[in-house]
Design a protein around this ligand. Sequence first.
Ligand SMILES: Nc1ncnc2c1ncn2[C@@H]1O[C@H](COP(=O)(O)OP(=O)(O)OP(=O)(O)O)[C@@H](O)[C@H]1O
Ligand SMILES: [Mg+2]
Length: 298
Amino acid sequence: MSENPPRTELMGSSEFTNHHLGRTLEVRNLVKSFKVGSESFGKAERIKAVDDVSLFVPAGTTMGLVGESGSGKSTIARLICRLLEPDSGQVLVDGDEVTAGTKIPKGYARKVQIVFQDPTASLNPRWKVRRLVAEGIRVHGLRSRSETKERVAELVSLVGLPEHALDRYPHEFSGGQRQRIAIARALAVEPEVLVLDEPVSALDVSVQAQILVLLQELQAASGLTYLLIAHDLAVVERFCDEVAVIESGRIVEAGDPEIIHSRPEHPYTKALVEAHPVPDPHERTMYVHAQDKAEVAE
Ligand SMILES: Nc1ncnc2c1ncn2[C@@H]1O[C@H](COP(=O)(O)OP(=O)(O)OP(=O)(O)O)[C@@H](O)[C@H]1O
Ligand SMILES: [Mg+2]
């Protein structure tokens, strides 16, 4: 088991640094409803999963989107990534509307990347890391073959995995390491916005901190814009510039994450904070300062 190389050095030598890739992300009055029940039984009805949601995420910053299960977080993520079409409302990246018409704007699938809670589902188990990370570069025709090889090795280092990870399969890694692979895949296509849909919810608490610290370092180096989705405010508070709290498809409170956590105003936010307390201030400090010690099994 070996320690990771310090990523700040890797970032310093990387072309990833100081590109200020991030662009503003905005959603305006988004609405999405789903039909539930069966018409043949006369019980079909529509539920509004997303009900008039507006968010503005400045370039290079992180907006946290927090709410309990079923509150509409993933639906918003899928609307932003155009995996779903809204009933009404707009999504804008860098001020350009990307919901207009039915045709997905050229390059959009590359510019806005999503990282899911369960990386296993998005990683082909028969592919080695080298191919998994290279896939997007190849599909989008971003680099020559030799450049791709170099870039893939660089990305794997950047996310804190050792070189020998390149020739391994997803099942040879821990959950946290698999999430690093998923992040490398997302970064490979040089995105402008990352939508992170509960990227740490399935991981152990110590590993959660490692992945969030990694994402924070990557943002500091690249200026990427993040929408960070979570059901636990305490987990993401430290990593967000602003937080929006969502209940039943509607944003009920938004603002400074620390203020919202320590002095929630809306009853739903209060309940959310009480449901996930971090009782011991020492534990919280340890969490915040957790060092990244990801390792790959030999
Ligand atoms: N394809 C679909 N068809 C019907 N209903 C759906 C569909 N997708 C989501 N829903 C419903 O929309 C609501 C919001 O779901 P969504 O997955 O966005 O919630 P979430 O906040 O991401 O929850 P979780 O924390 O469990 O991931 C839920 O009531 C869900 O059942
Ligand atoms: Mg979800």
